[in-house]
Ligand binder design. Structure first.
Ligand code: ADP
Length: 334
C-alpha cells in the first residue's frame, strides 16, 4: 500500500529532506498561501519581531512541514520540531518551552493530537509568553510562573475542525493547503528529477504528475520508483512509455488508484450492482479490515467522484463504472 499513501513511510523523511524547497520562492503552487505568508514574514522582519503564530491545515504530504522549515529559514531563526502525540504531559511542553530563545520557531505537527493539559498550557504560552509550572500535588501544589521569550508557534493539522476554538483563535494566521493542480505537480516532478539527477521527458513528467493524487509526497515517491525502473530496464531516461510501464507494474493506474482502490470499486459494481452496500460488507468482500477501506481507500475514491457515501451505504457513481470500463447501468442507485 506504501506507494500511494500520503503519509511518510518508514525512513522516507530522510529521503524527502533533499527535495524540500528551502525558501518561499522555491515552493511550487499554493500561490495564495505563499503570498499571504510572505507578507506576514516580511512585516515581522520589518518590525524586528517574531511573526504571529501560524496554523497550517490540510491533508498529509502537501507541504506543511516544508513551510514550517521555510518560516524559520526566512526569519533566520532556529526551528524546533515536535508533534502532538509526543507531548503527552504538560511537563513535556514546559520543558520544550523553557528551552526556547527569543524568536525561535516551534513546529508542532499533528497539533490536534496533543493532550488536554498540554493544550491548556499552550494557550497561555501563545498569548502571554508564560506558563505556570505546577510543582507538587494536592493542596500543597504551587504554580510557579515561568516567562518564555517571544517565539512563533507553527502548528500543523490534517483536521483543523478538531482543534478546540480557544486554540484555533490564538493563531494570527491560518493557511489552508489544497491538493495541487496537475500543472504544479508537473513542475514539482521536474524539480525533484533535477535534484536527483534523473533525466525526464515532458511525457514522463506528465505521466507521474497525473497519477500522484494531487500530492507532492506521492509525486516524489512515484518518481523514485519510476527512476529505478528506467535505470534497470531501460537507459535511465524517464519517458512517457517508461513511466507508464513502471507505474502499471506498481499497479498505480491513470487516475492514481491502486489495487485496493480498484478492488473496492470492482466489488461494488460487479458484485453489488453499484450499491448501496454497507462498508463492512464491502470490506469483507475485498478481504480487508473495515478501517482500511474506510480510512485508506474511500477518501480518495470520494474525492475523485467515484464513490459516494450515503445513509444507506456506499454507492458507485457513473464515473466508477466508466473507470472500470463497464457500461453504466440504468437501474443503478445514484
Ligand atoms: P506534510 O508536512 O504536509 O505532510 P511535507 O512538507 O513533509 O508535507 O512535504 C512532503 C514532500 O513533498 C517533501 O519532500 C517536500 O519536498 C515535497 N513538497 C511539498 N510541497 C511542495 C511544494 N509546494 N513544492 C515542492 N515540493 C513540495
Amino acid at each position: 500500500r506504501a506507494l500511494v499513501t500520503a503519509e511518510a513511510e518508514g525512513d522516507e523523511r530522510a529521503v524527502e529532506a533533499a527535495l524540500r524547497p528551502r525558501s518561499l520562492d522555491e515552493v511550487i503552487g499554493q500561490e495564495r498561501v505563499r503570498e499571504q505568508l510572505s507578507l506576514v514574514l516580511e512585516a515581522a522582519r520589518g518590525r524586528n519581531r517574531a511573526p504571529d503564530h501560524v496554523l497550517l491545515s490540510g491533508p498529509p504530504g502537501l507541504g506543511k512541514t516544508t513551510l514550517a522549515m521555510i518560516i524559520a529559514a526566512e526569519m533566520s531563526s532556529p526551528l524546533r520540531l515536535t508533534s502532538g502525540p509526543a507531548i503527552t504531559h504538560a511537563g513535556d511542553l514546559a520543558a520544550i518551552l523553557s528551552g526556547m530563545n527569543d524568536g525561535d520557531v516551534l513546529f508542532v505537527d499533528e497539533i490536534h493530537r496533543m493532550s488536554r493539559p498540554a493544550e491548556e498550557m499552550l494557550y497561555m504560552a501563545m498569548e502571554d509568553f508564560r506558563v505556570d509550572v505546577v510543582i507538587g500535588k494536592g493542596p500543597g501544589a504551587t504554580a510557579i510562573p515561568l516567562e518564555i521569550p517571544p517565539f512563533t508557534l507553527v502548528g500543523a493539522t490534517t483536521r483543523a475542525g478538531l482543534l478546540p476554538s480557544p486554540l484555533r483563535d490564538r493563531f494570527g494566521f491560518t493557511a489552508h493547503l489544497e491538493f495541487y493542480e496537475p500543472a504544479d505537480l508537473d513542475l514539482i516532478v521536474r524539480r525533484s528529477a533535477g535534484l536527483l539527477g534523473v533525466t525526464l521527458t515532458d511525457g514522463g513528467a506528465g505521466e507521474i504528475a497525473s497519477r500522484s493524487r494531487g500530492t507532492p509526497r506521492i509525486a516524489n515517491r512515484l518518481l523514485r520508483r519510476v527512476r529505478d525502473y528506467a535505470q534497470v530496464r531501460a537507459d535511465g531516461t524517464v519517458t512517457l512509455e517508461i513511466a507508464h510501464r513502471a507505474l502499471d507494474l506498481y499497479e498505480v493506474d491513470q487516475s492514481g488508484l491502486d489495487r485496493l482502490d480498484r478492488a473496492v470499486l470492482d466489488v461494488l459494481c460487479r458484485r453489488f450492482g453499484g450499491g448501496p452496500v454497507g462498508v463492512s460488507t464491502l470490506a469483507v468482500a475485498v478481504g480487508e479490515e473495515r478501517e482500511t477501506v474506510e480510512e485508506v481507500a474511500e477518501p480518495f475514491l470520494v474525492r475523485s467522484g467515484l464513490l459516494a457515501r450515503t445513509p444507506r451505504g456506499r454507492v458507485a457513481t457513473p464515473a466508477a463504472w466508466q473507470h472500470l470500463g463497464l457500461a453504466v447501468p440504468s437501474t443503478a442507485a445514484f
